[in-house]
Ligand binder design. Sequence first.
Ligand code: SF4
Ligand code: SF4
Length: 305
Amino acid sequence: MKAEIFDIKRYAVHDGPGIRTTFFLKGCPLRCLWCQNPESMHRGQDILFTRIKCIGCGACLEACGKLDQTLRLPRELCTQCGSCVAACKTGARHFAAKLLSPEETAALALEDQIFYDLSGGGVTFSGGECLMHADFMAHTLRLCKESGLHTTVDTCGFVPFETFERILPFTDLFLYDIKILDPARHKEYTGRSNELILSNVKALALKGAGLIIRVPLIPGHTDSPKNMEALGAFILEELDNRILRVELLQYNRLAASKYGNTTIYTDGGPGEYPLPDLEPQTKEYISYLSSILAEKGICVFCETL
Ligand code: SF4
Ligand code: SF4
């Protein structure tokens, strides 16, 4: 059993307590307009194309007769044999993810155990939505726990509750995204209803899971006072405030550069970034949003640049 891991971030300090290693797994059930990791949306391996590195040598064309003059092909024709990647000496074509087993993943995580021990850190799994890989996650988290690591799962919550039940004994902390409380707006901006997300977090709270609720603050989409009021009411009424805290994450524009026609497939990958003109919130505005929750007795932490 292997999972597609598209990034491994060592010495991470924003993905749970202390210094951590974060593994990012490919595949996501949501299609948020503001997705920060568009290369992770599609589950399964992709071959990426970084146009700026392409010198037009034509070696990939020689390696693969199926490519068209733009050096692309329909996804269904690609066997992912890797011949064009091997032929490309500039790295313009490269695999999006490494395939790792639970044993290989846990071994990589353990390499930095000394830093976790010194800082109270551990290992974090993120994505995409890491819990789309339910078997892999259950196995890997168990191995990490058996080795004494603190484990964190960063999730959008849109998976069957049985998946949470499988990993709960091996998960110390959830970073749980709640984006929008209004069901219609949630569906409009993420492509999915929030019903499952909210029922799962409620069930986790009832079971005493370690929960940090995270809200990505997207200007005009998730950062309204009305959304904060609704979130506060949900935390008090449905979760009985059984959470460690809420984290409000300031909007940033770093993701925009990841968009564009980035794969070798003629469907082009995630397309253009749909929110190019948004500005990050001011610290004062985030402080105001934070006060809406704090006045209800909810612990809040704000992450600003
Ligand atoms: S990975 Fe796909 S595009 Fe590249 S050589 Fe193989 S079949 Fe052709
Ligand atoms: S082999 Fe690489 S550098 Fe040469 S044309 Fe193909 S993508 Fe561009």
